[in-house]
Design a protein around this ligand. Sequence first.
Ligand code: DLL
Length: 432
Amino acid sequence: MIWNETKECMPREELRELQGKRLRKLVDRVYHNVDFYRKKMQEAGVDPSDINSVDDVTKLPFTTYADLRDNYPYGLLAVPRQQIVRVQASSGTTGKPKVLCYTRRDIEIWSECVTRAMSMAGITRDDIIQVGYGYGLFTGGLGAHYGAENLGAMVIPMSTGNTKKLIDMMIDCEVTAIACTPSYLLHVAEALEEQGLLDKIKLKYAICGAEPWTDEMRAQMEKRLGIRAYDIYGLTEIMGPGVACDCDAHRGLHIYEDHFLPEIIDPDTLEQKKDGELGELVITTLTKEGMPLLRYRTRDLTSLEYETCDCGRTMARIQRFRGRSDDMLVIRGVNVFPSQVEHALLTVAGTTPNYFITVDRINNNDTFDVAIEVEERFFSDEIRKLEKLRADVEDAIHQTVGIKAKVKLVEPNALPHSEGKTKHVEDRRKLS
Ligand code: DLL
């Protein structure tokens, strides 16, 4: 079903006009209300009156994740603080999270985008949907929740961390749809198989995202669970889940272009790429009130296709993600920067900054291993001390990053060293 046909199937010329109108208003708003943007535009020699259509977007300055961090927490607000009704956040490269502030209208638009995504997946008000994304600062839980309620479906706010309860309620409450990370859904499928409960579930749809996944994973979950699975994309900085979602045609994720203006750029030259060419996805938030962003560099590498889809939607389609242009890892749906791990290690006495992270996907679960060189003396000490150090390091990483790593302590010089840039990460997951 198409939730908002007028918008989702709008002829492209009309859409471009709408985008142009919204872009003009947005630029005017940020220029007059956000010091950061006024300064940036002045430095770039652009005045709001220079923006007359979507094509003029290239005149505008980019916004990066570092800009958000430097203006933490309220520096980029475009409305008085009193108009903000919600804050969400996600982890950053250092201790400070990226914080996003929403007005009531922002929450309404976010909910509608998630509702559009759920409708695209075939979910209706008759469905019973379990939300298995984390509730809290992470946008997954509350984002999916509000979208499902807006649709009129019945929502079970499971959050994460209790698979047994999720399975019990899935069966008892006759759950028909689930929203969670793809790797977690495969974990649930395994648990159902092991317990011989597959024929007790009524599940029909899954809407999965927050981490990269593949067509093979989709095929597996569809076959094992007897469902249809859809991909949902989003990021905290822009809004949360529901920036884009794939339809039955599975030809890419439709981005809701009436709210988000996408571009693909070359991450080195910052020049716009042509339709269909691979590059970094950049998004301008056309309608956001609380913390609108001009040309936000997502760091996600992909391409855009514009021709009308078999489903009738005219909105551009984001193609398979090919990774990121920075060093951020998404492990079990959580954003992890190697610098955060380094940060955590430095808080534990006896460790050195020589570490190596290995990420893999085994039985559809992400593994997160950290090897770290520690001072020689620990190896001549009692085992108990070494074990205590290992537990302290695991604890420090968990506190900083939010997920558990398996830590291995190694002797000085056991890890590869280089004279140039030291490689700290190996991601063995085959996702593209
Ligand atoms: O992961 C929002 C979200 C929640 C999306 C639930 C979908 C479902 P962040 O924690 O800020 O927000 O992480 C955003 O995760 O830049 C991508 O690198 C990655 N990502 C998110 N969805 C997908 C997806 C949420 N469907 C970062 N496919 C993004 C591939 C994804 N990568």
